[in-house]
Design a protein around this ligand. Structure first.
Ligand code: BES
Ligand code: MN
Ligand code: ZN
Length: 497
């Protein structure tokens, strides 16, 4: 779908659908008023007859109103204008897109130029509308052999009547499109089944990005190379599978300045059975999403390419499949990580931290990044703590944590910080190795972060646990693409910082 900005008053043009907003007590916003006048009061008459309340999330499609050139008028409730917030705009646009898709229209004009959100610039509001529309109309249809119902929206125009706003609005919408593109890539990859999306497949996706942009260089390490590097923790996971594990480095150079890169390290477990500590069957299918951290890294790289952001970023995908097999690690096994630290594997289902710790060591040694951020569907405990609303954030660096919190708020992709205090570290004590890979039944999200922290000494680092936010379950099962918006916003703000 394409999003356009139109400065002319398109409401009188011939259009498939025109979307207008109405507040409480059937208060008509400017675009609605215009249509009402043109239709000689037909619009307000129908709204009164229907008892339309103008509540947020309400919508009413009206067909062929008299004297109007458009086929459909979609009336949408916006609630009280002074109560409208970003979350309300998202809900409004989602309502609109779903209603338009049900009507089967290919084109629509959204006459929403009068809407305002407190503390949000008009251009950013347009960007949010564009991004929400693009994300709402996303579909994963790769494996549907028959098209589902009506074909979707193709063109959406947003009205911008204030011409002085056009330049900043264009910029905001371009940024929104770049984020939506990255998010869509992350969702596509997350939604792929694990029989297609293997570590090798993810490494090929990285190579496709390199083909698409000269700013991207890709390096792939297979198991033989990882063995030479002493990546014993990574290999402890990947060797249990017939699919070869891959450590993939994607370097994006959007600037010629010789600044140290920011590293994003994504957990790429293409399927997590739990290994010998096998998971119960219920909902195990969802463990195909255990590579969503890696997918979000690829998504961010896509956004950087689209937005041509002048930053230096290393994306790392730590890709393996966690399987039970004759070659799989067993509880009690001890392995030596690339850092030299030894790990007693008490539970083979705590595999994400094993692939990530060697990835962190490798990127730290090879690229000397100024900041490392890992992104992982790491713990069920994080889902218990924060649900599916917000990602978990862990960092010993207050400034970095604050930057990520701010980026999350601005991009409507929130994170919530949990403690990473030394008091928790002792839960990882092992009688026979430097540490155990699990910390017992309490504070599971925190002890996982504590484990990773031991492989980040000397570098600014943050960990995002996206176990709750990377996908939705149930009838609408699918990857969300989070936290691509957060990370993209974080990197953009680094440019201006
Ligand atoms: N990929 C899972 C975490 C997960 C579970 C994410 C459910 C989303 C939903 C991770 O590899 C895992 O299995 N973690 C274990 C850790 C435990 C063994 C310490 C968990 O959370 O149960
Ligand atoms: Mn696991
Ligand atoms: Zn996992």
């Amino acid at each position: 779908m394409h999003v356009h900005l139109k400065s002319v008053n398109v409401l009188l043009e011939k259009q498939a659908a025109v979307v207008v907003t109405v507040g409480p007590d059937r208060q008509l916003d400017a675009a609605a008023q215009l249509l009402d006048e043109q239709s000689q009061g037909a619009l307000s008459a129908v709204l009164a007859k229907a008892g339309f309340e103008g509540k947020l999330g309400q919508s009413l499609p009206l067909y062929a109103l008299p004297h109007l050139a458009c086929e459909w008028v979609l009336v949408t409730g916006r609630g009280p204008q002074d109560e409208l917030r970003a979350a309300g705009v998202i809900k409004l646009i989602q309502t609109v897109c779903k209603a338009l898709q049900e009507l089967g229209t290919h084109q629509a004009v959204l006459g929403l130029h009068e809407l305002q959100v407190k503390d949000m610039a008009a251009a950013d509001l347009l960007g949010l509308m564009a991004r929400t529309a693009l994300e709402t109309t996303y579909q994963f249809t790769t494996y549907k052999t028959t098209p589902s119902g009506r074909s979707g929206l193709r063109d959406l125009s947003l009205t911008v009547l204030d011409k002085s706003l056009m330049t900043s609005a264009r910029r905001a919408v371009a940024w929104a499109e770049a984020i939506a593109q990255g998010t869509a890539l992350a969702r596509d990859l997350g939604n792929q089944p694990s029989n297609v999306c293997t570590p090798t497949f993810l490494s090929e996706q990285a190579q496709l990005l390199a083909k698409a942009s000269r700013k991207i260089k890709v390096k792939v390490l297979g198991e033989a190379q990882l063995e030479k590097l002493g990546a014993g923790a990574f290999l402890a996971v990947s060797r249990g599978s017939e699919e070869e594990g891959k450590l993939v480095m994607i370097e994006y150079r959007g600037t010629s300045s010789r600044t140290a890169p920011i590293a994003l390290i994504g957990k790429g477990i293409t399927f997590d059975t739990g290994g010998i500590s096998i998971k119960p069957s219920a909902a195990m299918d969802e463990m195909k999403f255990d590579m969503c951290g890696a997918a979000s890294v690829l998504g961010v790289m896509q956004t950087l390419i689209a937005a041509e952001l002048p930053v230096h970023v290393i994306g790392v995908l730590a890709c393996a499949e966690n399987m039970p097999s004759g070659r799989a690690r067993k509880p009690g096994d001890i392995v030596t990580s690339m850092s030299g630290q030894t790990v007693e594997i008490l539970n083979t289902d705590a595999e994400g931290r094993l692939v990530l710790c060697d990835a962190l060591t490798y990127v730290q040694k090879q690229y000397h990044p100024s900041i490392m951020i890992d992104i992982a569907t790491l713990t069920g405990a994080c889902v218990v703590a924060l649900g599916k609303v917000t990602s978990g954030l862990f960092s010993g660096d207050d400034a970095l944590a604050q930057d990520l919190i701010d980026a999350g708020r601005i991009s409507q992709d929130p994170v919530w910080r949990l403690p990473l205090w030394n008091d928790y570290q002792e839960l990882l004590d092992s009688p026979c190795a430097d540490m155990a890979n699990i910390g017992g039944p309490t504070a599971g999200a925190i002890t996982a972060a504590c484990f990773l922290s031991r492989f980040t000494q000397g570098t600014r680092w943050a960990h995002l646990d996206i176990a709750g936010t990377a996908w939705v379950s149930g009838a609408k099962k699918g990857a969300t693409g989070r936290p691509v918006p957060l990370l993209a916003e974080f990197l953009k703000r680094q440019v201006h910082a």
